[in-house]
Design a binder for this molecule. Structure first.
Ligand code: ZN
Length: 167
């Protein structure tokens, strides 16, 4: 089943970066994917894999995006007072109310969906970073192919440093 394959591939990527692969994952029949950060429980709707608002159209990315929310929740003490993170992503911890007005794809955001809330900006970058195993050459290639600006590359470089000392 595709879900098990996703789990295996996502866990391999997390472990390669020294990140925890401890989480529960349930299939969601309707509604958007979401997670309980505190309980490390993901509810994943396969349909979200097709969303063109996300950085990558894949179910792995949806899972890694949700795990990005878990990661920022668990690192709140350090991330919350990190001025550079705030400059790069915005206030990840501000009240979670998304701005769902239609948006254009912007070179300064990893994806269209990254523009709905700073927490999603972070989760989108996290998902792509883990997908490429922290390989900045691959990240750079991906960003260039998507016409992304240096702003987005700076987010990745910062995250690389942060994941190394958090993991
Ligand atoms: Zn999200």
């Amino acid at each position: 089943m595709a879900f098990e394959r996703t789990r295996a591939s996502v866990d391999r990527k997390l472990e390669a970066l020294g990140l925890s692969a401890k989480y529960k994952m349930y299939r969601l029949g309707r509604g958007e994917s979401w997670c309980s950060e505190r309980r490390r429980v993901l509810h994943i709707n396969q349909r979200d894999a097709d969303s063109r608002m996300m950085a990558r159209q894949s179910i792995d990315h949806v899972v890694l995006h949700e795990l990005g929310h878990v990661f920022s929740y668990e690192n709140k003490a350090k991330l919350g007072r990190n001025a550079k993170a705030r400059r790069l992503f915005g206030n990840i911890y501000k009240h979670y109310r998304r701005n769902m007005k239609p948006k254009r794809n912007s070179p300064d955001f990893i994806s269209t969906y990254a523009q709905v809330h700073p927490a999603d900006n972070f989760a989108e970058v996290f998902g792509v970073y883990v997908h490429f195993g922290g390989d900045m050459k691959k990240v750079g290639k991906f960003l260039r192919s998507g016409g992304k600006s240096g702003v987005v590359m700076k987010q990745f470089r910062w995250l690389a440093g942060f994941v190394k000392q958090a993991g």
